[in-house]
Design a protein around this ligand. Structure first.
Ligand code: SF4
Length: 331
């Protein structure tokens, strides 16, 4: 049992990060026993917690060892010396960590943490697309299953997609599965992208009209849109990219206010880490990302459930790793 002093110190630590998001000290005090126990067990079991920026602030500031986007977390997954990786994100991210760390145990806290993009295309669908477009190189977004990665020449994230697509001499390239991202990348790269009809449930519904209204109401505001947004939204934004691009932009900009057209978790994170900068609301919650919780993470550390461990057939993992390795080489 933690002492009263340890609990007070932990509550103060949480409050120092979460007060900017409106968390009172009483709430931090309620969370303190849970975060203390998770952090204790992490050390005891040589485990590391990787948390995507869209996770809730109690996970990000309470227990995560590393926070970032898919690419940054893939790099951390490659580097870690821990025996166990708990990937607080969605399933395809945990699969990526497993592909890069075949000898480690990798877990995802919630079995319901899927993704509307990754779940929209199967390896069979991609094989059919390849049959229809022989000779076209295949670039898959990281938001895909291990089986789809295994059918691809190279993987990419929103941070490096344009660079990877431009690296191919071919004019016509298969890019799966996000149809909006494909349209945005066609504009940026000048390539013809053959895509799939998948959309992110968070980004598909953002609306250009709201961006214009906010720009009129907040002079000088910078609008940053995720590349999974519809093309009309992307064209109305001051910057289009992934979550790390947005984070970098906010840190390096003198603008007084920002509107992040993406999942709410990133706005919360940047609000907490950029005091003096204003963040105007236009975000939406990812129903999959929010399936993970501190209590599920604790359960994994106490008694890992077999069904939450990521397993990938060796032949699939070997081919998927080639697509990921090529991404690291090209980016
Ligand atoms: S925000 Fe969109 S792309 Fe990201 S996990 Fe959720 S559904 Fe998938």
């Amino acid at each position: 049992m933690p002492s009263e002093n340890e609990l007070s110190e932990e509550a103060a630590r949480l409050h120092s990060r979460l007060s900017a998001l409106g968390w009172p000290m009483e709430t931090c005090r309620l969370y303190a026993p849970l975060t203390l126990e998770i952090n204790r067990l992490k050390k005891e079991k040589n485990a590391v917690i990787l948390a995507h920026s869209y996770q809730t602030p109690d996970i990000i500031y309470g227990v995560a060892d590393f926070t970032g986007d898919s690419y940054g977390l893939s790099l951390q997954a490659k580097k870690t010396s821990a025996n166990t990786i708990i990937f607080s994100g969605v399933r395809f991210m945990a699969e990526t960590a497993k592909i890069l760390n075949p000898d480690k145990r990798v877990y995802v806290p919630s079995l319901e943490a899927g993704c509307s993009l990754a779940d929209a295309i199967s390896a069979k669908d991609l094989r059919e697309l390849k049959r229809k477009h022989p000779g076209a190189p295949v670039v898959c977004y990281v938001n895909t299953s291990a089986e789809v990665k295994a059918e691809s020449d190279v993987c990419c994230t929103s941070a490096n997609a344009a660079k990877i697509i431009k690296s191919f001499p071919e004019k016509e390239i298969i890019f799966v599965p996000d149809e909006f991202m494909a349209k945005n990348l066609e504009r940026e790269t000048g390539k013809k992208l053959i895509s799939w009809s998948a959309r992110c449930v968070v980004h598909q519904d953002f609306d250009r009209g709201k961006i214009q209204a906010v720009k009129e109401r907040f002079p000088g505001i910078k609008v940053l849109a995720h590349s999974e947004c519809p093309p009309a939204v992307a064209q109305a934004a001051d910057m289009v990219g992934g979550t790390t691009d947005m984070e970098r932009y906010v840190k390096g900009s003198d603008a007084p206010s920002f509107m992040l057209v993406t999942e709410c978790g990133l706005s919360d994170r940047l609000r907490s880490e950029n005091s003096g900068k204003e963040f105007v609301g236009m975000c939406s919650l990812c129903p999959y990302m929010k399936k993970n919780s501190l209590s599920q993470i604790l359960e994994l550390l106490q008694k890992p459930a077999k069904e939450k461990e990521i397993t990938i057939p060796a032949s699939v993992a070997a081919k998927a790793k080639k697509a990921l390795d090529r991404m690291f080489e090209l980016s």
